[in-house]
Design a protein around this ligand. Structure first.
Ligand SMILES: *[C@@H]1O[C@H](CO)[C@@H](O)[C@H](O)[C@H]1NC(C)=O
Ligand SMILES: *[C@@H]1O[C@H](CO)[C@@H](O)[C@H](O)[C@H]1NC(C)=O
Ligand SMILES: *[C@@H]1O[C@H](CO)[C@@H](O)[C@H](O)[C@H]1NC(C)=O
Ligand SMILES: *[C@@H]1O[C@H](CO)[C@@H](O)[C@H](O)[C@H]1NC(C)=O
Ligand SMILES: *[C@@H]1O[C@H](CO)[C@@H](O)[C@H](O)[C@H]1NC(C)=O
Ligand SMILES: *[C@@H]1O[C@H](CO)[C@@H](O)[C@H](O)[C@H]1NC(C)=O
Ligand SMILES: *[C@@H]1O[C@H](CO)[C@@H](O)[C@H](O)[C@H]1NC(C)=O
Ligand SMILES: *[C@@H]1O[C@H](CO)[C@@H](O)[C@H](O)[C@H]1NC(C)=O
Ligand SMILES: *[C@@H]1O[C@H](CO)[C@@H](O)[C@H](O)[C@H]1NC(C)=O
Ligand SMILES: *[C@@H]1O[C@H](CO)[C@@H](O)[C@H](O)[C@H]1NC(C)=O
Length: 353
């Protein structure tokens, strides 16, 4: 574990400042796909960097100036826009957080709700909920349920708060009660080192229209080690009422939900949910709209995956419908079956073979 972490950090810190996208080579290299970054479009890059770096204490790895890049414009269907990015490290994970601000084209502001298909959530495990909740109260962070930020829980209890970041993107900050509360990933290595003032691990969450869409794409096409159910809350292929958990998200307790959970890599827990709220609306927006999420995956055989994506009738966002070379990587932007944005990037090593 230590060795992997060390390799990952070296890779991140040696990324040249000409690189705009996350580091292409993940520490874990599975046969099909590995998460390399999770991100979203921001209203103002400095404001959001201040939140994740200044307030939450994540290490800022890289921040670019404004750029115009026609290949990137084609890739993301933002031709004519300029953009700038910041990349932050997530402690104990091999993937990063990528924030992107666009200018020169219209940007809508998206109201994110947990029940809506294609709504992402970034879960950050914290050392101490009392400390982080005090920090969040201090900046008047907006909670997802509209309640004031609560006081943190005692040591040895699970204590969670969901807030909106400056772009209305949902972030969970959770103190875990014990090792079993990490579900399918090991307890992280906790130090007082850089980036770990508060946050010690990340997790990736996403809402689907139907939980089976997580299986057809993330299991069947990207090959992640995931399965129906969210033990001990929901059994495989089972619908349950959300109950008290709904109050965290302002969802009625009688809403039924189902889930798919497991690992996107050996140390990354990933969770997908379906909420059968009659008022849900899919959050399908262009990449530049404020708060819109996007996850980047390094893949081993882009053409084979793309054939499966096409066979599944998924949407290809990239102009022209074919991979574009950006920073030496063959990349394409698609939507998963719920409409969430997914960047597939083929590593240079694969291309040169
Ligand atoms: C922000 O990131 C920098 C590295 O770019 C790091 O040195 C600094 O400690 C971080 N800020 C905070 C408040 O953690
Ligand atoms: C990008 O293009 C726009 C419009 O052509 C121009 O106004 C702007 O100066 C360019 N920015 C950069 C960083 O090259
Ligand atoms: C938070 O809200 C309180 C009460 O409205 C206000 O006094 C305080 O200045 C605000 N703090 C920040 C950082 O905005
Ligand atoms: C909670 O949901 C209701 C609709 O069910 C909505 O009117 C209200 O604005 C929501 N509250 C927050 C804090 O988003
Ligand atoms: C969190 O910090 C508070 C205040 O410093 C302390 O009383 C509490 O025991 C800590 N909780 C954990 C889980 O370490
Ligand atoms: C771990 O915490 C859970 C609640 O989050 C509790 O049910 C379980 O008994 C705890 N296990 C141990 C070994 O303390
Ligand atoms: C979810 O999809 C499955 C498989 O297509 C289907 O059998 C099931 O009825 C769907 N669930 C709902 C609530 O629509
Ligand atoms: C769930 O509860 C709400 C009130 O909170 C009610 O309006 C709605 O009809 C209930 N839905 C079901 C399926 O029972
Ligand atoms: C990825 O590969 C590693 C090393 O071969 C393996 O231990 C792990 O289970 C794989 N991860 C997934 C999510 O399949
Ligand atoms: C994709 O769309 C075609 C044409 O509409 C249809 O025949 C086919 O069944 C669809 N495939 C899937 C996997 O939905």
């Amino acid at each position: 574990m230590m060795t992997y972490t060390f390799i990952a950090l070296v890779t991140l810190f040696t990324t040249s400042d000409a690189s705009l996208l996350p580091p292409p080579v993940p520490a874990y290299r599975n046969l099909t796909a590995d998460p390399v970054s999770v991100g979203h479009a921001v209203r103002n890059l400095q404001t959001t960097v201040d939140f994740y770096n200044g307030t939450l204490g994540l290490v800022l790895l890289e921040q670019t100036e404004w750029r115009n890049d026609s290949a990137y414009g084609q890739l993301t269907a933002t031709t004519g826009a300029s953009y700038r990015q910041a990349i932050l490290a997530i402690p104990n994970q091999h993937w990063t957080l990528t924030l992107t601000e666009y200018q020169g084209l219209e940007r809508a502001e998206v109201k994110q709700r947990e029940q809506d298909p294609a709504d992402p959530g970034l879960t950050l495990t914290v050392k101490n909920s009392t400390t982080i909740n005090n920090v969040l109260s201090g900046i008047n962070a907006t909670t997802v349920n509209g309640e004031p930020v609560p006081a943190g829980g005692a040591a040895g209890t699970t204590s969670t708060v969901w807030v909106y970041d400056p772009d209305g993107y949902m972030v969970e900050l959770v103190q875990r009660s014990n090792a079993s509360d990490y579900f399918t990933v090991p307890e992280p290595t906790v130090t007082d080192g850089p980036g770990m003032t508060y946050v010690i691990r990340g997790q990736l969450d996403l809402t689907m229209e139907n939980y089976t869409q997580a299986l057809t794409f993330y299991h069947d096409i990207l090959d992640f080690d995931i399965a129906p159910g969210f033990e001990p809350l929901i059994g495989p292929d089972e619908y349950q009422q959300v109950g008290f958990i709904g109050s965290v998200f302002n969802i009625s307790s009688n809403t039924s939900w189902a889930a798919v959970t497991g690992n996107c890599d050996p140390v990354t827990r990933c969770e997908w949910y379906e909420y059968d709220d009659p008022d849900r609306v899919a959050l399908i927006y262009p990449v530049q709209d404020i708060g819109v999420g996007l996850t980047y995956y390094a893949v081993q055989n882009l053409d084979a995956i793309l054939n499966e994506v096409i066979a599944a009738n998924l949407t290809i966002v990239t102009e022209g419908g074919s991979p574009v070379v950006v920073n030496g990587m063959r990349s394409i932007l698609i939507r998963d079956p719920a409409g969430y944005l997914v960047m597939l990037e083929e590593e240079p090593a694969t291309i040169s073979l």
